[in-house]
Design a protein around this ligand. Structure first.
Ligand code: FMN
Ligand code: SF4
Ligand code: SF4
Length: 293
């Protein structure tokens, strides 16, 4: 794989920032103090583009990406606004029966590319239902499949703890999808190094950006379990066989409006000022390596 790493020698001011910031140490100076890649290390490139991003004079191109095509960084954000967005976010369980406009969905789609993933793996897959009628079909199929399953006597007795939900579905309540016009199912490559965390990070970004675009969202554990435990349902969404479903989020224009922030329980945020003494044996030090995840 060629990185196509190119440096405009007329622009380079030899500051060394690209050399310093390349995490796998692929970049070095040549005899003329022009950055170049170490060929045998190129396979370790994570494609993070930090080199292209950090160069103060825009001298680096890589993977045929040129610095002129990047947006200039402002490094200037309104932290009060961002905090307000976080504080005003709510799980929305009442939606307008209305499709979100295609340009808003496009904005969400474009944002996802910037979400960080472990080792820059980018092994996520987003399946989006962008039409309320398709959503209605999913709603109907999932609810009727669950009714069929829980009508079985044996399953009914085993699934006693889910009775509240199954009764609601039997009563025609859309307790899983909350009348949402859309949903997004994130699946993750089974081989991704951080497959448990990457999709959750992506949905957290999705949720906040969606809120800033006037949308409501809801993390949907019930839909996640329905799709996970009844694999035929997951198949309807055409998720690649190399991927597994990681989580589901409902979204749409909210029908409700919250007038004030909540006053949440304080999460312990404890300063560790001194480390506890530990004397791990060699076995204790390495036993985590053999634990099944
Ligand atoms: C779940 C997760 C775990 C990560 N673990 C590490 C890590 O152990 N060490 C590290 O240097 N970077 C780590 N990263 C950072 C990623 O390598 C980085 O997000 C990715 O290369 C993209 O670069 P960017 O975040 O600068 O866009 C992690 C990122 C994620 C999302
Ligand atoms: S893309 Fe990232 S890992 Fe690859 S050469 Fe540039 S800085 Fe290094
Ligand atoms: S960051 Fe840019 S200017 Fe600095 S050494 Fe690398 S290529 Fe040259």
């Amino acid at each position: 794989m060629s990185l196509n790493f190119k440096v405009d020698e007329n622009k380079c001011i030899h500051c060394g920032l690209c050399v310093k910031d390349c995490m796998p140490k692929i970049i070095t100076f040549n005899e003329n103090k022009i950055p170049t890649t170490i060929e045998e290390r190129e396979k370790s490139c994570t494609k993070c583009q930090h080199c292209l991003s950090i160069c103060p004079v825009g001298a680096i191109s890589i993977f045929n990406k040129n610095p002129e095509d990047s947006e200039p960084a402002t490094n200037n954000f309104n932290s009060d606004e961002i905090l307000r967005l976080i504080k005003e976010r709510k799980s929305i369980r009442h939606y307008k029966r209305e499709n979100v406009s295609a340009d808003v969905i496009e904005k969400l789609k474009k944002m996802i590319d910037y979400v960080p993933t472990g080792v820059n793996n980018h092994g996520l897959h987003f399946s989006v239902i962008d039409n309320v009628e398709v959503m209605d079909k999913l709603r109907k199929t999932v609810n009727s499949t669950i009714i069929k399953i829980v009508s079985n006597k044996t399953i009914k007795s085993v699934a006693k703890s889910y009775e509240r939900y199954t009764n609601a579905i039997l009563n025609g309540e859309d307790i899983i999808f909350r009348g949402a016009p859309h949903l997004v199912v994130v699946s993750t490559s089974k081989k991704a190094p951080c497959k448990d965390v990457d999709p959750i990070i992506a949905l957290s970004y999705f949720e906040l950006y969606a809120k800033s675009l006037g949308l409501g969202t809801c993390w949907c554990g019930l839909a996640y379990y329905a799709l996970k435990f009844v694999p035929q349902l997951g198949k309807m969404l055409d998720i690649p066989y190399t991927h597994e479903i990681a989580y589901v989020m409902l979204f749409g224009y909210p029908e409700v409006e919250y007038k004030r922030t909540t006053q949440p329980v304080e999460v312990p945020f404890k300063e560790v000022t001194a480390l506890k003494e530990i004397k791990p044996t060699l076995f204790e030090s390495i036993k985590g390596l053999f634990k099944k995840s």
